[in-house]
Design a protein around this ligand. Structure first.
Ligand code: FES
Ligand code: FES
Length: 153
């Protein structure tokens, strides 16, 4: 077991984690933050994407112990109270989801990308989201939503 300290959605937690415990397991099974999804076991789908120190990471591909000292934001931490994050709003306005399974990961990947590339155009956005798979939408509306946020600054 390892002792770790993380700041998760604004709150500090001191936890004991096992050697083999994945970050996604810690988030979902112990912290009950089930908005972070598991869609594969091959690091391909991106459904498990969260922010670690402001960068998008696939939480199925990291050990929980590797997050020690880090600041993590999950989809549950993105809205401010009842006010949706602009990316969440844009996904709603652009009908950028159907079943919604990929949506938390898409939103976390997109927000991290735009934080570093606020002027991104459609081609860049499409490339940036290559690590996130969606089986429903055909991606166009997802790119529309992210482009809408970029256009609004
Ligand atoms: Fe598919 Fe993490 S669950 S990439
Ligand atoms: Fe169903 Fe993307 S909305 S997988």
């Amino acid at each position: 077991m390892h002792d770790i300290t993380i700041v998760l959605n604004g709150t500090e937690h001191r936890l004991q984690v096992q050697d083999h415990e994945l970050l996604v397991e810690l988030l979902r099974d112990r912290m009950r933050l089930t908005g972070t999804h598991i869609g594969c076991d091959t690091t391909q789908c991106g459904c498990c994407t969260v922010h670690l120190d402001g960068r998008a990471v696939k939480s199925c591909t990291m050990l929980a112990v590797q997050a020690d000292g880090g600041t993590i934001v999950t989809i549950e931490g993105l809205a401010e109270g009842s006010r949706l994050h602009p990316m969440q709003l844009a996904f709603s306005q652009e009908h950028a989801l159907q079943c919604g399974f990929c949506t938390p990961g898409m939103i976390m990947a997109a927000t991290a990308y735009l934080a570093e590339h606020p002027q991104a155009g459609r081609a860049q956005i499409t490339r940036a989201l290559e690590g996130n798979l969606c089986r429903c939408t055909g991606y166009e509306n997802i790119v529309d939503a992210v482009a809408r946020v970029a256009a609004n600054g």
